[in-house]
Write a protein that binds this ligand. Structure first.
Ligand SMILES: *Cc1c(COP(=O)(O)O)cnc(C)c1O
Length: 404
């Protein structure tokens, strides 16, 4: 008998929400900022760059972007990106039917109307449906969410959008440090948006970034973020000329990053390659442990996808809701906290397009089918590969028990 099935008593005791501590260098830098007291990003001495400005330069370098703006959250970065591109109230904005609440929330924040696009079995945007939705809605902007780190075929996506003159904004909350075909995630669209919230790839509690190459769009983003007339304090922003046309007509919608959080984040940017490598090890340990389990399908990853394996998804195709609910409960008893996107009511961080009722109701049968069978869990870097092997063994044994 398969030892994964016979061993049905083990319990996992780790925490799916426990991230690594802040690197010592970040703690020391944060203490220095608290000691001098200049926490506001524009509160700097004559020759002092300030932690926030340095962070922006470092993140621009890490992504290869011409410009970078650090902001208060990932959700703020998304709404700021849409505003900087001139999205107006009432306009349709395309986005993934499978994403997290801050994404349609950002569309709603600018008064625009989310138009959801279907999801493939690989958890990426359905490009045929995207084409149809572009034609039917007349939308000029796609807010593309690389939900749970799954990256679609970016050349094809950009080709569809370029031909239809649809501007792409990338939601890289789950793809910071990832790439497609060697190019960093967030560098295909006009703007890339990232989150530094605790459960993402770097952690300052809250925080976000916007990167892009267009001087006027980025100038608008800087002013929107609440720069007053301090745009000269943005060395990772565009040159002064870019602000000339827009500086009196762009509202201040404060959502700045501060020097304390920037101090915490700077060493973490440099640490991203190590994190990505460790996440790959954890991800592969789970994947190996779940390979060949009957009744369970893994999400195949494209060879061009340089993903960051900070969470794991699998499908239970054809399982009815009650059986999945029993499986989730049985795994929880053994310490493995699975999130199910098919539950009748959204729980915790999970939610579904039909629970975003400020948006017009939309028929997404393919997305609904995928989500009804989709299970998900985090892989914090405090886990070891042995932890991941155990988690996979528990899931495999419970799937075997509940499949019958
Ligand atoms: C977390 C998240 C965001 C927004 O990040 P916050 O920093 O929490 O505002 C955006 N998109 C996705 C898919 C996310 O998971």
């Amino acid at each position: 008998m398969d030892d994964r099935i016979s061993d049905d008593s083990s319990v996992f005791t780790g925490s799916f929400t426990q991230q690594e501590p802040i690197p010592e260098a970040g703690i020391e830098a944060a203490v220095r900022v608290m000691r001098h007291g200049r926490l506001h990003r524009y509160n700097t001495l004559e020759d002092e760059a300030g932690e926030t400005a340095l962070l922006e330069q470092e993140f621009a370098a890490a992504t290869g972007a011409r410009f970078c703006l650090a902001v208060a959250s990932g959700g703020y970065a998304l709404a700021c990106a849409l505003r900087a591109l001139g999205v107006a109230p009432g306009q349709p904005v395309l986005t993934n039917g499978f994403t997290l609440a801050p994404v349609p929330g950002a569309v709603a924040a600018v008064g625009a109307v989310p138009v959801f696009v279907e999801t493939t079995a690989g958890l990426t945007i359905d490009m045929d449906h995207l084409r149809d939705r572009i034609a039917a809605s007349g939308a000029r902007v796609l807010l593309l969410s690389h939900m749970r780190g799954h990256i679609c075929e970016m050349e094809r996506l950009m080709d569809i959008c370029d031909k239809a003159r649809v501007t792409v904004v990338e939601d890289c909350a789950h793809t910071m440090g990832a790439d497609w075909n060697g190019a960093p995630s967030g560098r295909f669209g006009a703007l890339g948006c990232y989150s530094a919230q605790t459960y993402k790839h770097i952690n300052s509690g809250e925080g976000g970034f916007l990167v892009g190459d267009d001087p006027e769009v980025m100038a608008r983003a800087v002013m929107l973020s609440g720069s007053y007339m301090f745009h000269d304090r943005h060395p990772a922003g565009p040159a002064a000329a870019a602000y000339q046309r827009i500086r009196f007509e762009t509202p201040n919608m404060s959502g700045r990053m501060d020097n304390l959080r920037a101090a915490i984040l700077r060493p973490q940017i440099a640490d991203l390659p190590r994190r990505r490598a460790e996440w790959a090890t954890l991800y592969r340990a789970v994947e190996e442990g779940l390979a060949g389990v009957e009744g369970l399908s893994l999400i195949l990853r494209d060879g061009r996808e340089g993903f960051v394996g900070s969470s794991f998804q699998f499908l239970l195709p054809g399982w009815d809701g009650e059986r999945i609910a029993r499986l989730v409960a049985a795994c929880a008893v053994r310490g493995v906290v699975l999130k199910w996107f098919g539950a009748a009511e959204p729980q915790g961080y999970t939610s579904r397009h039909d629970s975003w009722r400020y948006a017009p109701a939309q028929e997404l049968p393919r997305t609904d089918k995928v989500l009804s069978a989709l299970l998900d869990f985090r892989l914090p870097l405090t886990f070891s590969s042995d932890d991941c092997t155990l988690i996979a063994r528990i899931i495999a044994s419970e799937v075997a028990r509940h499949a019958a």
